[in-house]
Design a binder for this molecule. Structure first.
Ligand code: ZN
Length: 216
């Protein structure tokens, strides 16, 4: 998996395009704001001949989802994954836009495969043509925060839960410092050589954070 980082919108939010080397990609937190940034995304996809197969949302702060409209317009059937707003449905489905994502999930969630010893086995779903990610529930910065862990690729998309030597703010609505610290400790159970792609600033690793993150 190769990962392209865009810094979008006035918050310099990280939008990631992860590409499987075979023309398919998924997008984490599309944050394009305005026609110029939308064009940059469109150009990138076109030049690299990439077909998006899904969108993964780490949480619903505006800087992480303001590019959703672009994808809805140009790829109306694209499934969108994330925490459901009201947390009533299966806990990692995001059905905010259409029934499509729900449908997609139902077809693809491998709920019966408990043979694996993966720690997050209950929350694994399938992204066609990629390795299967686990969704790790990490409330604290906001109630609906999740991280996406690709065990085989040793990659974590951490949203605004974990930053390089920092964590997301907890003073906005739905934020809670104690909860965030619990989530942070949960992430520290991942292998040290997991590369972390956060919602702002620069990539890091679990090992680096164990040593240098002042919130631990
Ligand atoms: Zn946020």
């Amino acid at each position: 998996m190769t990962i392209k980082t865009f810094y979008f919108n006035p918050y310099r939010e990280c939008t990631y395009v992860a590409d499987n080397g075979q023309g398919k990609c998924f997008i984490v937190d599309p944050g394009m704001y305005g026609p110029n940034e939308e064009q940059r995304m469109a150009d990138y996809l076109q030049k690299n001949n990439l077909q998006p197969i899904a969108i993964l949302i780490t949480h619903t702060h505006i800087d992480h989802i303001c590019g959703l409209d672009f994808f809805r317009q140009h790829y109306p059937s694209l499934p969108v994954f994330g925490m459901n707003y009201d947390m009533k449905l299966p806990h990692y489905l995001f059905s905010e836009n259409t029934a499509k994502s729900e449908e997609y999930c139902k077809d693809n969630i491998d709920e019966k495969d408990k043979s694996s010893k993966r720690k997050y086995e209950d929350n694994i779903f399938t992204l066609n043509q990629f390795t299967s990610p686990s969704v790790i529930l990490t409330p604290g910065h906001k109630e609906d925060c999740v991280c996406y862990y690709f065990e085989e690729d040793k990659i974590l998309f951490s949203g605004d839960t974990l930053f390089q030597e920092s964590v997301g703010r907890t003073d906005l609505e739905g934020g809670d410092t104690g909860t965030l610290l619990q989530s942070l400790h949960l992430l520290m159970e991942l292998p040290d050589d997991t590369t972390v792609y956060p919602g702002h600033a620069y990539p890091t690793s679990i090992g680096h954070e164990k040593e240098y993150n002042p919130f631990l």
